[in-house]
Design a protein around this ligand. Structure first.
Ligand code: M6R
Length: 614
């Protein structure tokens, strides 16, 4: 969602801001803008619908001087994507420029109030209300900007990460956050701002993550000053970010998504490193050791997540129930947060999120916490809001995921869930030792098997070319592979805009079979496991209706090969780990179909990488 970049220091701000916006492009956006201030108190705002490249083109013949500036990529919520609604927004006096990520929920009420005071609005956004309110308070009460910001933020309901420039103060940026992420980079006599660390790491690895209701006064040549909404000073630890530039660049791949698909073997090694021992017969998760009393005997576990992370949660349920004999429910965070769940201190809530910033998942955590549950986070983005809101957790350690369609984060989440289920099952004595060691062994072999699978990418590319005609796809799987079918369908629809549905294979005859004809390809995960024969019958039923079948099969399966139109072979593994392998060809299939259709794979329309609003 919206991206924020800021700079104050000795460099020219404009190139830093543009580069920073490009680093945040992965978040998804529809317009971009920049505000620049020079030491002659000359505040200029340039903004346009479209990409950062369009902004660059628009500003090419304009004055971009100044060593202080803020910049933004907007993902439209209030008001259509156009240059008027793009950020930065100026206040009525022409003194203040603001950028904002989040939603001001009571904007309509505040707007009406300000309009009654004679203030005219230039956009349809909720953000403009905030800057007008701040300027109104500043001029009416004759206060300094910080005081006006504090008062205004107290009147605001909703989520925000903001940065404000004041024409009269070319040495200062004021930034604040609540429920939307904001990071300050600390350089030598310079500061950077970012929605995450990616626009900052090129210049410094020292960062401060702002907490909710923090307001930072960032002044050139002075130490950082952070207060809360009541003007009380707050302390922050300066953290070192462990991300390097190559992790956020394409490294020779045409798209981040393809790079991230191919990174998975290494990512999973990183994810397991230090957790699975060298003999591959034991797992140590520090979160379990440190929180034994909460985790060892819960009444039940509730998994909350959205999208792909929710699919990982479905696999987590099967793993935990199998190895730990604890009942598990999997909830969409967006539904859970508005339900009235029966939760108490005997429950454990596992929140799964790649970005660690998903608004619905954060709200679900807050609700569960209020009701007394113990919260375990499974996240990728280090230092993000969800790990900070949970009691404990495990990072998946797969490195920054830039492509909007989640790939390596999914397999990282499933890997952590598998390790969690195994370690907890061992502690509880609900998994026998032979099985425990066998599954750990198999888990440690997954990266090598993924490498082998990735060698089939040319075959999958060829298959994908045959299926670009389709307007609808059906994905089927059973047991552990049912969430794989859901995830495969989500990948395809996200990046190719082809409608796709995932179903448990046996449900096909309860409805979806009515859709099946020669126009509708069906992807079936038909590996040799306990339900193989039943899935085989499903394939026969599909073929009898003349649909084309793409089958994901176990190596050497000639029976399905003889029935299906296209076949992708998976190396053998434990059934519970098949999702780690079966999801790869489905990611590649979606990727190559989208590329063949000429779609913008890394930034699909309407989607955002971090969904920081409801
Ligand atoms: O960052 P999160 O894991 O919390 O994000 C949840 C979903 O928004 C995300 O998985 C989304 O479905 C992806 N675009 C899937 O590819």
């Amino acid at each position: 969602m919206c991206g924020i970049v800021g700079y104050i220091g000795k460099r020219e701000a404009y190139p830093v801001l543009i580069k920073g916006l490009k680093r945040l492009e992965y978040r998804g956006y529809d317009s971009a803008g920049v505000a620049l201030l020079n030491d002659k108190n000359n505040l200029r705002v340039y903004k346009t619908k479209g990409k950062v490249a369009d902004l660059e083109q628009y500003a090419a013949d304009k004055d971009t001087s100044g060593c202080i500036g803020i910049a933004h990529t907007r993902w439209a919520t209030h008001g259509e994507p156009n240059s008027n609604n793009a950020h930065p927004h100026m206040s009525f006096s022409g003194d203040l420029a603001i950028i904002h990520n989040g939603i001001i929920e009571n904007y309509a009420f505040l707007k009406k109030l300000l309009q009654q005071k004679g203030i005219k609005f230039n956009s349809n956004t909720d953000t403009e209300v905030l800057v007008q309110l701040i300027d109104y308070i500043r001029t009416k009460k004759k206060t300094d900007l910080l005081t006006a910001v504090r008062i205004a933020l107290r009147a605001v309901i909703g989520a925000y990460a903001i940065a404000i420039l004041d024409k009269n103060n070319p040495d200062q940026i004021i930034a604040a956050r609540k429920s939307s992420p904001l990071v300050i980079g600390i350089g030598q006599d310079e500061f950077f701002l970012g929605s995450d660390a990616s626009p900052i790491i090129e210049y410094t690895d020292k960062v401060i993550y702002l907490d909710d209701k923090d307001i930072a006064v960032i002044t050139k040549g002075k130490p950082l000053d952070i207060v809360d909404i009541n003007n009380e000073k707050t302390d922050h630890e300066v953290k070192t970010v462990d991300i390097n530039i190559s992790q956020i660049e394409k490294g020779g791949f045409p798209h981040f998504m393809l790079k991230e698909i191919f990174e998975q073997p290494d990512c999973l090694k990183d994810c397991m490193r230090g957790r699975i021992n060298v003999e591959a017969d034991n797992i140590v998760l520090s979160a379990i050791i440190d929180n034994r009393k909460h985790l060892i005997n819960p009444r039940r576990i509730i998994i909350v997540a959205c999208g792909t992370s929710w699919h990982a949660g479905l696999i987590g349920k099967l793993l935990i129930e199998d190895f730990c004999q604890i009942p598990v429910e999997v909830e969409y965070a967006s539904e859970f947060r508005y339900s009235n769940p029966v939760i108490n201190s005997q429950d454990v809530v596992i929140a799964i999120s790649q970005s660690g910033e998903t608004a619905d998942t954060l709200a679900a955590i807050e609700l569960a916490k209020k009701k007394g549950a113990f919260i375990y986070g499974i996240c990728n983005a280090i230092g993000s809001s969800i790990p900070r809101a949970t009691h404990t957790g495990s990072y998946i350690h797969v490195g920054p995921e830039i492509g909007v369609a989640s790939t390596k984060a999914f397999t990282g989440q499933v890997t952590v869930l598998a390790m969690l289920a195994l370690a907890l099952g061992k502690e509880r004595g609900t998994i026998d030792n032979m099985k425990y060691v066998k599954v750990i062994n198999a888990l440690s072999e997954i990266p090598a098997k993924m490498e082998h699978l990735l060698e089939q990418s040319d075959n999958i590319k060829d298959i994908s070319r045959i299926f670009t005609y389709a307007h609808n796809f059906l994905y089927l799987g059973r047991g552990y592979n049912y969430p794989v079918a859901l995830e495969g369908a989500l990948k395809l629809k996200e990046i190719s805009y082809i409608h796709a549905e995932g179903y448990p294979a046996a449900e096909m005859k309860h409805g979806p079979i009515a859709l099946i004809d020669e126009e509708m390809p069906v992807v079936v995960v038909a590996t040799k496991n306990i339900l193989y024969d039943k899935v085989l019958s499903n394939i026969q039923e599909i073929k009898a209706r003349h649909a084309r079948v793409i089958a994901i099969v176990s190596e050497g399966d000639d029976t399905v090969r003889n029935l299906a139109d296209a076949v992708i072979e998976l190396p053998q593994t434990e059934e519970c780990l098949e999702p780690l392998l079966a999801s790869l060809p489905l990611q590649m299939l979606a990727y190559y179909i989208a590329v063949a259709k000429g779609k913008d794979v890394d930034q699909p329309r309407n989607l955002a990488k971090s969904v920081t609003v409801e």
